[in-house]
Design a protein around this ligand. Structure first.
Ligand SMILES: NC(=O)c1ccc[n+]([C@@H]2O[C@H](COP(=O)([O-])OP(=O)(O)OC[C@H]3O[C@@H](n4cnc5c(N)ncnc54)[C@H](O)[C@@H]3O)[C@@H](O)[C@H]2O)c1
Length: 330
């Protein structure tokens, strides 16, 4: 890819991994309002220019698109946010995507890569789940991401925009979120284990997820900008391995050396998805993509990254919220 590249949401967890992947060979502009991302996630990465502002700010977006050929759109407000603030979630995820597409059309971009999510499927009706699996999201987040997909497809079909839709399954790795309503299961389990506290499972722990290490996910997203056959396609990015949350808890406790601690159960979360398992054969065919890092290795790499950072687990625990789908009180 010899292009000027924009990553919207590039200061977030997956976005900052993608920025690192792209910045080895490109000048990368990032647009991010830092609502859940951090400037520190991209600070010190060569060839990166961070523009702080919202994708809903039309004047700023038009300015930021100047000279851009390829757009990666990863900005979003997340699944737990959608439970306490559904309208705002829709505004950023669905309306925001439509506004970005309009800006991309005006700028005449050569590729628009939209990062959707496996949450658009709802719970699996059969496994593994190919891209043709029914899309019956459980949450406003899943619905708003699906609306975003529909707009991306519309810009391809109506205006001939070269677009790609990706559906990553659960990602984990460096810079993943443990905090507030962004907190994800792996960083939350690790945070509690490192503080000698039991991982908390909502429901019976039999729910399954398909976990992918973030560097694998980012490589798949980057590949979507250059693969000619990907244009107009919708593509899963998942490991093809199904892990029950109860097994994940045991793996985290083993990896952190806290087998003295046992997981605890809490009542189920609203809208929780029971089963997810990707069929990623299309990603292999169209992008030449295969995940390379298995879950045990990935958790080990994440713990090693934290050691290098000198993470203070006690301090991070203050940012953990148990019922993180409820509106924050402060
Ligand atoms: N984390 C996962 O497991 C996962 C799985 C599947 C799909 N995804 C998708 O990947 C993308 C990135 O997710 P993530 O986990 O890195 O989340 P994240 O919260 O770390 O990243 C989202 C980024 O968007 C930014 N943002 C939010 N609202 C904005 C606005 N109005 N204007 C500009 N920037 C804004 C945030 O500050 C943040 O940096 C999302 O589109 C998400 O739907 C994530």
């Amino acid at each position: 890819m010899s292009a000027n590249v924009l990553v919207v949401g590039g200061a977030g967890f997956i976005g900052s991994a993608l920025v690192r992947e792209l910045a080895t060979s490109h000048e990368v502009r990032v647009l991010d309002d830092l609502s859940t991302g951090k400037a520190a996630n991209v600070e010190g990465v060569a060839n990166v220019d961070l523009v702080v502002g919202s994708l809903l700010d039309r004047a700023l977006v038009a300015e930021t698109f100047k000279g851009i050929d390829v757009v990666f759109h990863l900005a979003c407000l997340g699944v737990r946010h959608s439970i306490h603030s559904p309208e705002r979630n829709h505004e950023v995820n669905a309306t925001g995507t439509l506004q970005l597409l309009e800006a991309a059309r005006a700028a005449g971009v050569s590729r628009f890569v939209y990062t959707s999510t496996s949450e658009v499927y709802g719970t699996a009706t059969s496994v593994p789940m190919p891209e043709t699996h029914p899309t019956l999201p459980h949450t406003v987040y899943g619905g708003s991401k699906l609306a975003g997909e529909a707009y991306v497809r519309a810009y391809h079909c109506t205006y001939g925009m070269p677009t790609v839709v990706l559906r990553p399954f659960n990602a984990y790795g460096p810079r993943s979120h443990h905090e507030g309503d962004s907190g994800e299961v792996i960083p939350k389990f690790i945070l509690r284990a490192m503080n000698g506290l039991p991982p908390l499972m909502f429901g019976d722990g039999a729910q399954t997820r398909d976990f992918t290490y973030v560097e694998d996910t980012a490589r798949g997203i980057a590949a979507a900008a250059v693969a000619p056959a990907a244009i107009g396609a919708t593509i899963n990015l998942g490991s093809g391995l199904e892990t029950p949350i109860s097994e994940l808890a045991d793996l985290v406790l083993e990896s952190t050396g806290r087998t003295d601690v046992r997981p605890e159960h809490r009542p189920p979360r609203p809208g929780d998805i029971l089963r997810l398992l990707a069929d990623s054969r299309l990603a292999a065919d169209l992008l030449g993509w295969r995940p390379t890092i298995d879950l045990g290795t990935g958790i080990g790499k994440l713990l090693a990254w934290h050691r290098e950072q000198g993470t203070d687990w006690r301090v991070l625990l203050d940012e953990d919220r148990e019922r993180n789908w409820e509106k924050p009180t402060s």
